[in-house]
Ligand binder design. Structure first.
Ligand SMILES: *[C@@H]1O[C@H](CO)[C@@H](O)[C@H](O)[C@H]1NC(C)=O
Ligand SMILES: *[C@@H]1O[C@H](CO)[C@@H](O)[C@H](O)[C@H]1NC(C)=O
Ligand SMILES: *[C@@H]1O[C@H](CO)[C@@H](O)[C@H](O)[C@H]1NC(C)=O
Ligand SMILES: *[C@@H]1O[C@H](CO)[C@@H](O)[C@H](O)[C@H]1NC(C)=O
Ligand SMILES: *[C@@H]1O[C@H](CO)[C@@H](O)[C@H](O)[C@H]1NC(C)=O
Length: 631
């Protein structure tokens, strides 16, 4: 694990630290890789901060944005000390270079804390630089790539053509790219625009998120909303907010539009979190399911889990737990004790530390769980030891745990502290930072979905591949809440679940109509798999773009009642299945493709799944039959 004290100020390192944050690259390696902090790509060095209004490039296989230092604010006194993250919140980060960045803010704010000589430079050519007011507190800088930047300062500065100036202590400087050719009149005469350096997102009520910014200045705050924000933004009574739909920045995530207002309310539809299928299983199909169920349950007792990998182990626990819930649905409670024993025998060793091959440990550097194997090998357990994939692996464990705690209340009480540790590792939602785990390890409250990549530096920023496994994590956490009668946990789990589903539908599911991507890319790709902060890739980490069944499968598994909500749109499902069909070869992936086909063509699919000779390791014949018969 990298040492966080290089980049986090000493008052921060004593608390658990974020491992998938929007400024993660600033805290890794040399701290010099860019981060996409909407709407700019930002790079920092020991004495400068550069912003790029990125150009979006695309081919049929990939969409990406490139960094060019359109504008650089630097201190002319170079230092050999690196930048330090001195504070951060859900919506902002402050780097002591000194400078500060706010997410979704058109303004980059630099606060000068001691007399310094600052310069503003660009790799472009300067076409013109002029002062807009007689006070010399606002300048317009035109570059030869058609960009126009505005520079505001809290006291007069004298920028010459080299745009270098000395700025005395306690002053602010702000840069803002003029987004469109249209003339926007804001804050023309006054010096600084209303600004904010930090902001919190709060999950106060189920299915609602509020953003509140700490504001300085007399006016209203201007920030930017991405397409999912725009869908969810609510107008509140007595609360002033205006969406400026033609105040636009282009982005890989779709157009970012201006929102004027000091706080936002985002609201999603309610999503059912239930143990069983929403509509129930057809009565006539019970016999077929019960017969498959008894075979699958019988096989459990003869084959204990052989893998030591936290991922594959978790999937097998989740698979067994599905059998117990299906048994409840088809009124076959006689098989439940066998499943209960299997779950108990396989889960307990991970919770009490008696599993020989692996287990969960607490590590103090960043503050969180790692696996035993991951603690000595950054490649083990898909990088769980360097904070990759936490919600995926823990989600599977929590699914099994929720079901076991449901059928065995006593067991649930006995292991409650361990269970809540697994939940808190990735889902500590407290506004106050829990003493053991950082706030929401994977979920990004601005982007509104999770990231998996942990503390590894990447040129394209963070990434997440499987949205369905992320959905499973929040669904499972909500089920743990149901099992423990913990309404707060149910509320947080369901809210994050609803957002993760909407984000998957917005950025991963590429519908023929109304998707956000360039036509060339959208025609070739019905689904995005590797979604990076700054790139959309058609290739998977572990398979080429041509393996369409892999690409579909990894966005569907594990098949459970919540899959219905994730894939509610039958028209899109049909497009996706038809795009995938020609490449079907493996039995396991066929099961996932047929599961989706079952949403609109149940009869054909029943014939197909009865012929299957194998299933994905997290799936079973029983589970597939249950799914098809509950469509
Ligand atoms: C960090 O910087 C050093 C010196 O400039 C360079 O040699 C090294 O390759 C950089 N490391 C990474 C991971 O970028
Ligand atoms: C930045 O500061 C770090 C830490 O002092 C130092 O190792 C590194 O060489 C500096 N980089 C540059 C480009 O000056
Ligand atoms: C703008 O200026 C830069 C630096 O002089 C030059 O490399 C680039 O080609 C110019 N771009 C345009 C569009 O003129
Ligand atoms: C800024 O201050 C330094 C040191 O006092 C001086 O050498 C430099 O000429 C000044 N630069 C400008 C643009 O005024
Ligand atoms: C956000 O939360 C942190 C931690 O609780 C707090 O210190 C900060 O003041 C809050 N900021 C805003 C704008 O509410």
């Amino acid at each position: 694990l990298p040492n966080p004290s290089t980049y986090f100020s000493s008052n921060l390192v004593s608390s658990p630290l974020p491992t998938n944050s929007f400024f993660q690259n600033f805290a890794l390696q040399n701290g010099t890789q860019a981060e996409y902090i909407h709407p700019y790509l930002i790079k920092t060095s020991n004495f400068s901060l550069s912003a790029s209004c990125p150009l979006l490039l695309f081919t049929t296989a990939v969409l990406y944005q490139t960094f060019v230092a359109d504008i650089t604010i630097s201190s002319t006194q170079t230092t050999s000390q690196n930048h330090v993250i001195s504070s951060y919140s859900d919506l902002g980060v402050t780097l002591d270079i000194p400078s500060s960045n706010l997410r979704g803010s058109p303004y980059i704010t630099a606060s000068v804390t001691k007399p310094t000589s600052l310069s503003i430079t660009t790799v472009r050519s300067i076409v013109s630089l002029c002062s807009n007011n007689k006070e010399n507190t606002k300048y317009t800088l035109k570059l030869n790539n058609t960009q126009t930047w505005l520079i505001y300062t809290s006291s007069p500065i004298y920028l010459n053509h080299d745009a270098a100036s000395n700025i005395t202590s306690k002053h602010f400087l702000q840069c803002c790219l003029f987004p469109t050719s249209r003339v926007w009149q804001f804050s023309t005469s006054s010096a600084l625009v209303t600004r904010s350096l930090s902001g919190n997102a709060t999950l106060v009520k189920p299915f609602r998120v509020t953003y509140e910014w700490q504001k300085k200045g007399p006016g209203f705050l201007l920030t930017l909303a991405h397409p999912l924000h725009v869908k969810l933004l609510q107008y509140k009574k007595n609360h002033r907010m205006i969406v400026l739909r033609d105040f636009k920045y282009r982005s890989i995530d779709g157009d970012l539009v201006g929102v004027v207002g000091d706080s936002w309310l985002l609201k999603t539809d309610t999503i059912p979190v239930t143990w069983h299928s929403n509509k129930g299983v057809e009565k006539e199909s019970h016999d077929e399911i019960v017969s498959a169920l008894s075979k699958d349950v019988e096989a459990l007792s003869s084959s204990p889990i052989a893998t030591e990998s936290s991922y594959y182990y978790g999937k097998l626990i989740g698979r067994a737990a599905r059998l117990a819930l299906i048994a409840e649905e088809v009124s076959s409670p006689n098989v439940i004790p066998t499943i209960q024993k299997f779950l108990k025998d396989s889960i307990e060793p991970w919770l009490d530390g008696t599993f020989q091959g692996n287990g969960f440990l607490y590590e103090n550097k960043w503050g969180g769980l790692v696996t035993k194997q991951g603690s000595t090998d950054s490649g083990a357990d898909f990088g769980f030891g360097v904070y990759n994939d936490h919600h995926y692996h823990l989600g599977y464990f929590l699914y099994g745990i929720a079901v076991l705690a449901k059928v065995d209340l006593q067991w649930g009480q006995k292991y409650k502290p361990q269970v809540y540790s697994l939940v808190s590792d990735f889902m500590n939602s407290g506004q106050k930072y829990n003493s053991h785990y950082p706030r929401l390890r994977c979920f990004d409250l601005y982007k509104l979905h999770s990231w998996t990549s942990g503390v590894t530096e990447f040129t394209d920023g963070r990434n997440q591949e499987s949205t369905s496994e992320a959905v499973n994590a929040y669904y499972s956490a909500a089920l743990v809440g149901l099992a423990y009668d913990d309404s707060n946990l149910v509320a947080t789990g369901s809210t994050l679940l609803a957002l993760e589903i909407l984000a998957a539908q917005t950025w991963w599911h590429v519908k023929a109509e109304g998707n956000l991507y360039e036509e060339e890319f959208a025609k070739e790709n019905k689904i995005v798999d590797a979604l990076w902060a700054n790139k959309r890739d058609s290739a998977l980490w572990w398979a080429p773009a041509t393996c369409r069944e892999c690409r579909l499968g990894i966005e569907v598994l594990p098949l459970s009642p919540v899959t219905e909500t994730l894939f509610y749109d039958a028209d899109y499902v049909k497009e996706l299945v038809e795009w995938t069909m020609p490449s079907l070869t493996s039995e396991g992936w066929k099961g996932m493709t047929y599961a989706l086909q079952g949403i609109y063509d149940k009869e054909t699919v029943l014939q197909n799944i009865r012929m299957l000779t194998g299933f994905d390791d997290g799936n079973s014949f029983t589970n597939l039959l249950w799914w098809i018969h509950s469509r």
